[in-house]
Structures are given as structure tokens and as C-alpha cells.
Design a protein around this ligand. Sequence first.
Ligand code: ZN
Ligand code: ZN
Length: 351
Amino acid sequence: MIATTMRAARLHQPGAPLRVETVPVPQPGPGQLLIEVAACGLCGTDIHLAVDGDIPVARTPITLGHEAAGTIVALGDGVSSLRIGQRVALFPSPICGKCRFCRSGRESLCEATQAYGMSSDGALARYIVAPEFGAIAIPDAVDFATAAIITDGVSTPLHALRSRGALRAGEAVAVVGCGGLGAHAILLARLMGAGFIAAIDTQAEARTRAAEFGADLVIDPAEHANPGRAIRAQLGRGVDLALEFVGRPETVETTLRCLDTGGRAVLVGVGPGRPSLPPLVSFIAREQTVIGSFGMDKRDIADLFDFVARGRLDLSRSVTKTYALAEINEALGRLARKDTGIVRLVVEPGR
Ligand SMILES: [Zn+2]
Ligand SMILES: [Zn+2]
């Protein structure tokens, strides 16, 4: 029997603590699943929503949480590809499966949705309702916490490196901002055969982790006003692919300064600022490219499950700590303080 009520961590007002309160268990409609949430990752987006309030939500109160993994406990009418008892992870938004982007495997651009916790209730709760199209089966060898962080924290950098950045084996890469996304970008760039990886971060702890995760060169911007120069000193040229995970004009400009002639910059970090391009004459004559990368496609998540299940990718250092639902504000506080010891934090609503 599924309970009729559950505990959920709800946003009432940005800047105020989330309230863990009792709400009705949602019912799956046609084409939907009811999932018992085993793990839900937290990320910078949750801080924008819950603390800073600079990403608006469609309504309050709303249950946050968009990096979920759990077990299917009920099926709505017409669900045919999944069954009760199956372990699944959720695409971070309730993608429609019908728009031109969903139909062509580019779910990152789905026209119909925002992430869970923005327009519909999220996974910081015992149960969540999700569309069948947005559920991805988890192999037995991948635990729930790892599956949860893969749905966003690991798939976002894979999408940036592979689909958007088109990284080829042997190329040189720079990663600007080595928090959770950047650290995983380093791991994945190694897996994809990058020939050289430079990591740039203002925080000593993040630089140490970047080196542990496989960066060949770690750069403190406080010591190198132009990290591109430090890369050229070691590599003899700029990088083929540079990824930006911070979302500030100055870090975007740093990213562009790392590029070789012909290089590509992939921008992932989001913020309100307006970075400037280099002088057109040099940008154009050097045939450089600036690319936006938003989230991930379902294929990124499914492939990462395979990489972990087959032992190709080791994410054993990725979940820094797990929390019970009642400890949600402690976990968010740690994230909001930009505690650099964190790769990812995970909430286990069943605890
Ligand atoms: Zn996230
Ligand atoms: Zn769609």
C-alpha cells in the first residue's frame, strides 16, 4: 500500500529555510509514473531557487529537487515501456516527448518544460510523479545516489564536452571553474582521451581535487592574471576546447583567452552578466567558436550509467555526503556557503 501523505521539502519564500511538511502523495496521470525517491542530488540551481531567489518559480509553495533516482511504485494509464519495481532515474525536467526537440533526441531543448522544483513539484519528497518519457532505467551496478547525481552533475559536463564541444581524442582542454560540474568535466575529458587538461579555479581545495581527478596543470587565477599565458608556457599553444562553468563575464573572458587558433569555447555557467568578445579582427581571423550548452539529453544520462556499470568511469569520490530530508537546510547551507570540499550532496528522502 502506498501512503496517502508524505513529507516534502517545500519552498515558501526564497531566502527563508525550506519547510519539511506533510503533503498528499501525487497520483500518476496517463503516461506518468509514481516513483518512490531513493536519492535526490542538490546543485547550484537549488541555491538560486531557495536562497538567492534569482531564478523564479511558477508558484509557491513548491517542492524542490530535480536530480532524482528511485523505484517505480505505480503506473498511470498507457505506460508500456516500464514496470512497477524498476529502478529509474529522472531527466531533470518533465520532458514532453512530443516537441520537435524531444522527437530528435535533443531533450535539453524541450519546449514544454522547466526543471522539477520550478514549475512542478520536485523530488525532495518521498514520492514524485514523472512522465514515462523522462525516466531512464538504472543498471543494477549503479547505486541510487550515483544515479541521482549523474542526471545533472555528471551529464551536464558530458553534454558540454561531447555533444556541444565535440571533443576528439588527443585534444587539449581547459576547464574554468572546478566545482561539481568542472570536476566531472575533468574526469570525463580523461575518459574521452583528452591529451592535456588545464584546470582553473580560485579555490585551493578545488584545484587540489582537479589535480586528483586528472588535470595536468592547475592554475590559480590570483597568481596568473591571464591563465591562457600559463597554458601556453606549458603546452606551447592554447587549448582546442575550453569549458566555462562559472557564468561570470570575467571567467568567460578567461575561457576565451585559453583558446588556440581554431579553438572552441563551450559556455555552461549561467549568470546575469554580459561578457565581451575579443576584438573581432582577432576572433574572426583565428576562427574561434563560442557555443552554449544547456543541461543534457537522455542519451548522456543513459551512456553514463553504462560507463559506470562497466567500470569505465569511477564516481566513487563524487557523492561528498548524504542527508536525511529533515537535514535539507543544513545541506543547502553548506552549498550556499560555497564549501569547496563538496563535489555533490545527496538527500535520501527515505531515511
Ligand atoms: Zn541540478
Ligand atoms: Zn519536448
